[in-house]
Design a protein around this ligand. Structure first.
Ligand code: ATP
Ligand code: MG
Length: 566
């Protein structure tokens, strides 16, 4: 994988050269052009941060353009969600919110120009026949009868298409280029089709709609875009992009292709994400397991972490698969500094401190984040009955187990040393309660006599703790490249969601706002889910566990480089 920082990639190199040559009078205008047919995903962020990033670095401007040319797939709610997501990421298109549908009249005019110059014709072949006539990579295409229609006939037929005189699919408008071109894209591509459907913005004004390959270069040109950045799949379409602009002799942006983001254990295609939503495999577009911006947001991702990730993966010309561990690493780095540390017990085991007075409650000071002294500290209550993590006690401890054992002593974080005196079991032999003693001289978690303990456990006071539901997430797919299978759904992870309840969190989280993020000590990062908005309910999403596999990978790579390079 290529990792490069901001300002050093082949696209920025091209722009620097263009600026030196005073191309476009020194202007840089880019655009992010989503089709409003689904929610944005992390792949789109690569394009967003590239387009907005380049514009701001070169004192240019980036537009948000909705590429809304297909009324059957597009909806207003997707437009709203896209705007919310781009804003949340921290990018600003100012007043430059544009819609391809605002250009329908002009695009229609451009099509008329092409017809009048003998460069476009109405074709009655069916979709299937068009495909057949087009040939293939090894086989040249064939011209159809309609190709030789007169300009007058084409003008009249296109007019009638526009008026709605023909049914969907009866005919299309095609560019007249070259049926023998080695590039299949150039074999008389379709530029207009009939769709008798109401458009979310233009209503029933139109029943012919431009194809992407036609609308895209012309929208770029109309807006005065200078650098049209798109993903590698469009490399073959570049000659067509150029053809329309050359034939119409209008402002000609430069199309530059870069590699799309592929992320391990993830699918990044709106069509497939829609399939997961509609098939009920996930709970909506913003399910915390989804790679959508809204899913990542609900999961607890910060915009900064996502933007740092996009900077670190850089922009290259060859496709690659990025390890999702890098995304998680960027998130941990950010949350480590940002998230207050609190205590929560996910699988509770009751602990009674027998020598602690029954009605006593003490307030102990706890630092909010050792990484940032400015975050201060808070007081947490300690009392006779506590919960600790069930996993933190073993009756028959394996070697190297430094947590609580019968007769063993551990430190309770911010509190006291405790020793396990007795284990209470139910009739099935399961441990239900521990009886412990505490050392009053170890307040704050330290003793003066230099006695050391190896383990430090997190805990909550049972009478003060708040009940919560905690949702644990694993990767949505079990395979690094789920899209390799004919049906990507076969590697869906059946255990990607685990719900734990009741869990207990410290009382300071009482009014934690929705979306706020915490480090649960020793467990990982968690955030408050919107489902908590029900009165008195607290629901946390696991954002990311503490263990950083990427840091481990980086360390191993560094060691290897040192060994190899001497
Ligand atoms: P999908 O494949 O998910 O349907 P798309 O390309 O059809 O994506 P658009 O709404 O047309 O979706 O995308 C808007 C912009 O985002 C385009 O310029 C597209 O190239 C870019 N983009 C989409 N997916 C990725 C990705 N995985 N990596 C980088 N850029 C992407
Ligand atoms: Mg697209």
């Amino acid at each position: 994988m290529v990792i490069s920082g901001v300002g050093e990639d082949f696209i920025r190199d091209i722009i620097i050269e263009d600026l030196k040559a005073n191309k476009n009078e020194g202007r840089v205008v880019t655009r992010f052009p989503p089709e409003p047919n689904g929610y944005l995903h992390i792949g789109h962020v690569k394009s967003i941060s590239l387009n907005f990033g380049v514009a701001s670095e070169f004192k240019g401007i980036c537009y948000l353009r909705f590429d809304d040319t297909n009324p059957t797939k597009e909806e207003q709610r997707y437009i709203d969600a896209i705007k919310e997501d781009v804003q949340w990421l921290g990018f600003d298109w100012a007043e430059h919110e544009y819609y391809a549908s605002d250009y329908f009249e002009r695009l229609y005019g451009y099509a008329l120009t092409l017809i009048k110059e003998g460069k476009a014709y109405v074709c009655d072949l069916s979709q299937e026949e068009i495909r057949e006539y087009r040939g293939s990579l090894t086989e040249s295409g064939r011209e159809c009868l309609y190709r030789s229609r007169s300009i007058e006939e084409n003008l009249s037929l296109f007019e009638r298409m526009k008026k709605g005189e023909f049914e969907d699919g009866a005919c299309v408008l095609r560019a007249k280029i070259d049926m023998n071109s080695p590039n299949v894209v150039m074999r008389d591509p379709v530029i207009y089709r009939i769709i008798k459907a109401s458009h979310h913005r233009t209503g029933n004004r139109w029943c012919i709609y431009p194809m992407y390959d036609f609308a895209h270069p012309l929208s770029d040109s109309i807006e005065g875009i200078t650098h049209s950045l798109c993903t590698l799949e469009f490399e073959n379409n570049r000659p067509l992009y150029d053809w329309f602009l050359d034939q119409l002799n209008i402002h000609h942006p430069q199309q530059i292709e870069f590699a799309r983001l592929n992320l391990s254990y993830t699918v990044l295609s709106k069509r497939k994400l829609l399939e997961l939503v509609e098939g009920g495999y996930v709970n909506g577009w913003d399910d915390p397991r989804m790679p959508t911006i809204s899913g990542l947001r609900r999961r607890g991702y910060t915009p900064q972490a996502i933007r740092t990730f996009c900077e670190r993966i850089g922009v290259a010309k060859t496709n690659s698969l990025v390890d999702i561990a890098l995304l998680e690493h960027c998130l941990r780095e950010d949350l480590n500094r940002r998230a207050p540390r609190v205590m929560a017990v996910l699988c509770p085991l009751k602990v009674v401190i027998d020598n602690y007075p029954e009605d006593q409650v003490e307030e102990l000071e706890a630092i909010n984040n050792p990484e940032d002294p400015l975050m201060g500290s808070r007081l947490i209550p300690f009392s006779r009955v506590l919960y600790i993590e069930r996993d933190d006690f073993r009756e028959d401890p394996p070697p190297g187990f430094f947590r609580l054992t019968p007769d063993g002593e551990v430190r309770l974080k911010h509190a006291y040393y405790i020793r396990c005196e007795d284990v209470v079991k139910d009739e099935r032999g399961e441990v239900v309660e521990l009886h412990c003693s505490y050392d009053p001289r170890s307040r704050g978690g330290w003793t003066r006599d230099g006695r050391k303990v190896k383990g430090t456990l997190h805990w909550v006071s049972a009478q003060h703790a708040l009940e919560a539901e905690v949702r644990l997430y694993d990767r949505l797919f079990t395979k690094p490249s789920p899209e390799e299978d004919p049906d990507f759904k076969v590697s869906l992870n059946p255990e990607s969601l685990k719900i734990l309840s009741p869990c207990w969190v410290e009382s300071s989280l009482k009014d934690a706002p929705i979306g706020s993020r915490y480090q649960f000590l020793r467990l990982g990062y968690f955030c408050v889910d919107p489902d908590s908005s029900d009165e008195g309910r607290l629901v946390f999403n696991q954002t990311v566990p503490l263990r950083d596999t990427w840091a481990k990978i980086e360390k191993l790579q560094k060691e290897k480089r040192r060994r190899d390079g001497g």
